[in-house]
Design a protein around this ligand. Structure first.
Ligand SMILES: Nc1ncnc2c1ncn2[C@@H]1O[C@H](COP(=O)(O)OP(=O)(O)O)[C@@H](O)[C@H]1O
Ligand SMILES: [Mg+2]
Length: 337
C-alpha cells in the first residue's frame, strides 16, 4: 500500500474570527491557520513538527485527532477519516497536550487510569501489563496515590503520557510535551519517547517549539510557519537549508548593469536601481559590502536571511527570551550598517 500511515494532502483550516469593531459592531475576519499542507508519515516513524508560536502546529494535531474538521483537503490516519470517525480512531491513537491534562484533577493518578481502563474497554490483562510497564518506565510508582492537582508539571506530564498509552495506540501525538518542564523532567520524557519508538514501533508525531527535543529524538523534521510547510526532511538538511545563502539587497543611485561581484556571490535579480546578490550564508557580508561601496554609487543596502533560517531564528529567540516581542516576528530582513 502506497498510502502513508498518516496521510495529509492539501489540508487547510480557516477560522472565522469575529472582532469587535466599535459599539455593537463586529467585523468578520478569516484566519488561515493551516494553509494547504501535505505530508506522509510511515508506520514506526518518529517525526518532529516544529515552528514558532501561532504557526499552526496545534491546529494540525487537532485535525489529526478529529477534534477539528479541516476546511479543505484530505486527511487519513490508519485509513480513517478522523473527523468522521473520531471514536473509532480514538482506540488507535494517543494524544498528549502539554498545556492541558486529560487526568482527573481531584483524583489520585491511579483512579484516572482505572477510568481509562473502562472507557477504552482495555482487556484486563493488557491493562495490567501496560500499566506496570508505564509505571516503571515513567517512574510513577510513588505518584499513583497522589491527587493530580498535587503533582508537579513534570510529574503530571509523565502521568499524562502514561494515560495516553494505556490502550496501546499505534500512533502517539504529542503537542508540546516538554513545555514548562525542568531539564531533568525533559530528559526523562525524551528518553521514554526514544524507547517507546525503538522498542514498540509506535509512530510518534512530536510538536514542539523546542529545537532540542527534535535534535535528541527525530531524524526527520517538518517545519511549519504561518500555516505553510517550509521544510520536510532530515534534521541535518534543515541546518543546510538554513545555512544556504543570504541575499544582499543593494540600492544604487541609478540603474546600472549587474554588479560584478567576487564569486560565489552573484547578482540574481535586477529591478531598476535595485539589485539582489546571493552569497553563502556562512560568510560575512562585510567584504562584499565594502567592495560594492568602493566601486558603485551606493544609496542603501540590507541583508535578507533565507526563509528557513528566519523561522529557526525566531524559534530560538522565543525559546531563549520569553519576553520576545511578537511584533518583530515577521521581520526577516536584517539591516547592516
Ligand atoms: N479556535 C480558533 N479560533 C480562531 N483562531 C484560532 C483558533 N485556534 C487557533 N487559531 C489561530 O490559528 C493560528 C495557529 O494556531 P495554533 O495551531 O494554535 O499554532 P501553534 O500550535 O503552532 O502555536 C494562530 O494564528 C491562532 O491564533
Ligand atoms: Mg500549539
Amino acid at each position: 500500500m502506497d498510502e502513508g500511515f498518516i496521510d495529509v494532502k492539501g489540508v487547510e483550516k480557516v477560522f472565522e474570527v469575529r472582532k469587535k469593531a466599535g459599539f455593537l459592531k463586529r467585523e468578520r475576519r478569516q484566519v488561515r491557520a493551516v494553509d494547504s499542507i501535505s505530508f506522509r508519515v510511515a508506520r514506526g516513524e518518529m517525526v518532529g513538527y516544529i515552528g514558532p508560536n501561532g504557526a499552526g502546529k496545534s491546529t494540525t494535531i487537532k485535525m489529526l485527532t478529529g477534534i477539528l474538521t479541516p476546511s479543505g483537503g484530505r486527511l487519513r490516519v490508519a485509513g480513517i477519516d478522523p473527523s468522521r470517525e473520531r471514536t473509532r480512531l480514538a482506540h488507535r491513537i494517543g494524544v498528549v497536550f502539554g498545556q492541558r491534562t486529560t487526568l482527573w484533577w481531584d483524583l489520585p493518578l491511579i483512579d484516572s487510569y482505572k477510568l481509562m481502563h473502562r472507557m477504552y474497554r482495555i482487556p484486563d490483562g493488557r491493562y495490567r501489563e501496560n500499566l506496570d510497564r508505564l509505571v516503571e518506565l515513567l517512574d510513577l510508582s510513588e505518584l499513583l496515590d497522589v491527587p493530580v492537582r498535587q503533582l508537579s508539571l513534570g510529574q503530571r506530564m509523565r502521568g499524562d503520557i502514561a494515560a495516553a498509552l494505556l490502550h496501546d495506540p499505534e500512533v502517539l501525538y504529542l503537542d508540546e510535551p516538554t513545555i514548562g518542564l525542568d531539564v531533568i523532567s525533559k530528559a526523562k520524557v525524551r528518553e521514554f519517547l526514544r524507547e517507546l519508538n525503538a522498542e514498540r514501533g509506535t509512530t510518534v508525531l512530536l510538536t514542539t517549539h523546542d529545537l532540542q527535543d527534535i535534535e535528541q529524538l527525530c531524524s526527520r523534521v517538518m517545519v511549519i510557519d504561518h500555516g505553510r510547510m517550509m521544510y520536510d526532511g532530515p534534521l541535518a538538511g534543515l541546518h543546510e537549508a538554513g545555512e544556504s545563502e543570504r541575499t544582499l539587497v543593494v540600492d544604487l543611485e541609478r540603474e546600472l548593469p549587474p554588479i560584478e561581484a567576487p564569486a560565489p556571490a552573484r547578482v540574481v535579480r535586477v529591478e531598476g536601481p535595485r539589485q539582489w546578490l546571493a552569497f553563502p550564508a556562512s560568510e560575512s557580508a562585510a567584504p562584499l559590502v565594502a567592495r560594492i561601496a568602493a566601486e558603485y554609487p551606493l544609496v542603501d543596502l540590507s541583508v535578507r536571511e533565507p526563509d528557513i533560517e528566519a523561522v529557526i531564528a525566531k524559534m530560538y529567540v522565543e525559546q531563549t527570551e520569553k519576553t520576545a516581542n511578537a511584533g518583530n516576528a515577521g521581520n526577516a530582513g536584517k539591516a547592516v550598517s
